[in-house]
Design a protein around this ligand. Structure first.
Ligand SMILES: NC(=O)c1ccc[n+]([C@@H]2O[C@H](COP(=O)([O-])OP(=O)(O)OC[C@H]3O[C@@H](n4cnc5c(N)ncnc54)[C@H](O)[C@@H]3O)[C@@H](O)[C@H]2O)c1
Length: 227
């Protein structure tokens, strides 16, 4: 992982305000990332196609950031390169946090093309658009599914990435493309890999609420009996 963590730390230290587009906003633990980001950045836009997201989460964040224009919601599918280009044409972003994805291992084995389009191909679209518009920084949500079934535990940064399902493979390919962009340009990138995320906003404003049709695909939080 290339980790220009200093970028985030520096932003914290400077209390500088920057513009950020956050692809994916929904009421689950990862939304906490967006909530934390609002402390340090002047968040300009969040884009989602709402295929698995929830506008209620956007509304909650907008209530927390009531200043006009502070947090705009952009309805967009990252598979639509024109729509993605429009987002960047109409705004000046300093950074992108790319979290939007279909993210169910089981589903990926049943419908692998969906995963390669949604994860790998859309990541390429985001990167190309960032390059076209000179956006210098990307934070990418990958996954520990890229490690497959490691021979040795615990997993470290040195553990070989040998994914065993289309979800992990699609993310690994996304990572490889990102690293190529990094190596061939000034783009600064950070790739996050983690296992199942659990927990929500400690103040209870956002929590996990997966769509009923996705319950059977398994989440460790937000299951039917917890809603
Ligand atoms: N939840 C976890 O435990 C976990 C673990 C490791 C990695 N991740 C990664 O973190 C990211 C977020 O995971 P999550 O749990 O919030 O997933 P999620 O399925 O709950 O939410 C994904 C979001 O992306 C949006 N989206 C999907 N395809 C889109 C598209 N083409 N255009 C625009 N928006 C689109 C959905 O509407 C939804 O809001 C994903 O990239 C996932 O692979 C999640």
């Amino acid at each position: 992982m290339l980790a220009p963590l200093n970028f985030v730390q520096q932003k914290k230290l400077n209390h500088r305000k920057g513009a950020l587009v956050f692809f994916n906003l929904k009421p689950n633990p990862l939304s906490a990332v967006a909530m934390k980001s609002t402390c340090y950045w002047f968040v300009l836009g969040t884009a989602d196609n709402l295929s698995r997201g929830n506008l209620a989460a956007v509304r909650i964040l907008q209530e927390l950031l009531p200043e006009p224009g502070r947090l705009q919601f952009i309805y967009a599918d990252l598979g639509d390169a024109k729509a993605v280009d429009n987002i960047f044409s109409q705004n000046a972003f300093d950074a992108v946090m790319h979290f939007a994805a279909v993210a169910y291992v089981g589903e990926s084995t049943l419908d692998h093309p969906k995963y390669y389009h949604n994860i790998t191909s859309n990541t390429l679209t985001v990167l190309e658009t960032m390059a076209t518009h000179g956006v210098p920084t990307l934070i990418y949500s990958s996954t520990c599914a890229t490690y497959g079934e490691p021979e040795k535990m615990p997993i470290t940064e040195e553990t070989p990435q040998l994914p065993i399902n289309p979800y992990g493979k699609a993310k690994k390919m996304g990572e490889d493309i990102i690293l190529d962009f990094h190596m061939n340009s000034n783009m600064v990138v950070m790739i996050l890999r983690y296992f199942n995320v659990i927990g929500s906003d400690p103040n209870g404003r956002l929590g996990e609420a997966p769509r009923p049709e996705l319950w059977e695909h398994g989440r460790i939080s937000g299951k039917r009996n917890r809603l």
